[in-house]
Design a protein around this ligand. Structure first.
Ligand SMILES: [Zn+2]
Ligand SMILES: [Zn+2]
Length: 330
């Protein structure tokens, strides 16, 4: 895992101390993590644009020659274009302090509403945005394995069984793989149809050449049709088989250990299972002091700043610049 930026590590309280009611620091933080642009290059003249803090916008202002005439480039773009803050009215410090609180184990609307002055509606909208970020992270985990690397895979069914309704809607299949030596792992929700989606998760998260060790589930049999070595656990074989089976069991126990607590938590609504799983996995894989760093790196990947085209919505703070290119005398 890449290291966090210098001075970036801070725990829950230090984060609040740094950023609460400090929009300037919050914007700098978002910039440092790629969630806002560090620099904007004018797509028309490749000039480095100037930042105007008053309007949160970038402005070109270069002169270029068009048909022997010099023209002033009025390219301008909002600092927030394409980013998480695009079209957002909430102050930047509130956005990052919201995330800091939402990423903590025990978060609640009341604290957010009171401390950040938000309505219930705003709270639930931002909760959904942030949930999408951790889901994006879950959907884009680093693949594991590689030639000769042993990866133990397993599937498990989480959630409560509702017998009276026949096929339960409150359950979710979860699939994962873990490198036997390094313990690097991935965990992903496994949606219906199981067999088909299982193979696409394997191809997505396990590199070619990997030695994949699994149980006897039929859905795993297509693995050997691909560029993998597939070993099926044989509990009743010779000593080598038994040792492999034991190591496999230990690996998969470790794999699902982090999500065990979630399986017994009552009241989680099934339609939000993927959200819950994503947030929980994100919390488990990061520490108190680096979780915000990785969260906002993911925000930057999901909402990359966009300055490829002009932003017509940017208000000019003075009227000596018109929207059209104006001529400049030689
Ligand atoms: Zn320009
Ligand atoms: Zn950082």
């Amino acid at each position: 895992m890449a290291r966090v930026c210098s001075g970036c590590e801070c725990n829950y309280f230090e984060f609040i101390q740094k950023f609460y009611k400090n929009n300037e620091a919050a914007i700098a933080y978002l910039r440092d993590h790629g969630a806002l642009p560090l620099e904007v290059i004018c797509p028309n003249c490749k000039n480095i644009c100037r930042y105007r803090a008053e309007t949160h916008s970038w402005y070109c202002g270069a002169t270029r020659k068009i048909h022997h005439r010099k023209k002033l480039c009025h390219y301008k773009v909002s600092d927030y274009k394409g980013s998480l803050l695009s079209g957002v009215k909430m102050e930047p410090y509130k956005v990052i302090c919201f995330a800091n609180h939402w990423l903590s184990k025990q978060w609640d609307y009341e604290t957010l509403k009171q401390c950040l002055g938000l309505s219930e509606a705003t709270g639930s909208v931002w909760q959904r945005y942030f949930a999408e970020v951790t889901e994006h992270w879950v959907d884009n985990q680093e693949p594991i394995g590689g030639p000769g690397v042993v990866v133990d895979i397993d599937e498990t069914l989480f959630g409560k069984m509702k017998h009276e309704e026949g096929k339960s809607q409150s359950q979710i299949w979860v699939f994962g793989g873990i490198e036997r030596d390094s313990k690097n792992y991935f965990i992903a929700p496994l949606e219906e149809p199981l067999t088909e989606n299982l193979m696409s998760l394997i191809l997505k998260y396990i590199l070619p050449g990997t030695v994949i060790v699994s149980n006897r589930w039929n859905a795993y049999s297509p693995i050997s049709d691909h560029d993998y070595v597939h070993q099926v656990i044989n509990h009743s074989g010779d000593v080598t088989d038994k040792e492999n089976a034991k190591a496999h069991t230990q690996s998969v126990e470790l794999l699902f250990r982090d999500v065990q607590e979630w399986t017994v938590k009552p009241g989680n609504r099934p339609q939000f299972y993927k959200q819950y799983l994503a947030r929980l996995l994100f919390q488990q894989q990061h520490t108190h002091s680096n979780i915000n760093h990785y969260f906002f790196r993911e925000v930057a990947r999901m909402y990359p700043p966009d300055f490829e085209t002009e932003d017509a919505d940017v208000k000019e703070e003075s009227n000596d610049h018109e929207n059209q290119e104006s001529e400049v005398s030689d």
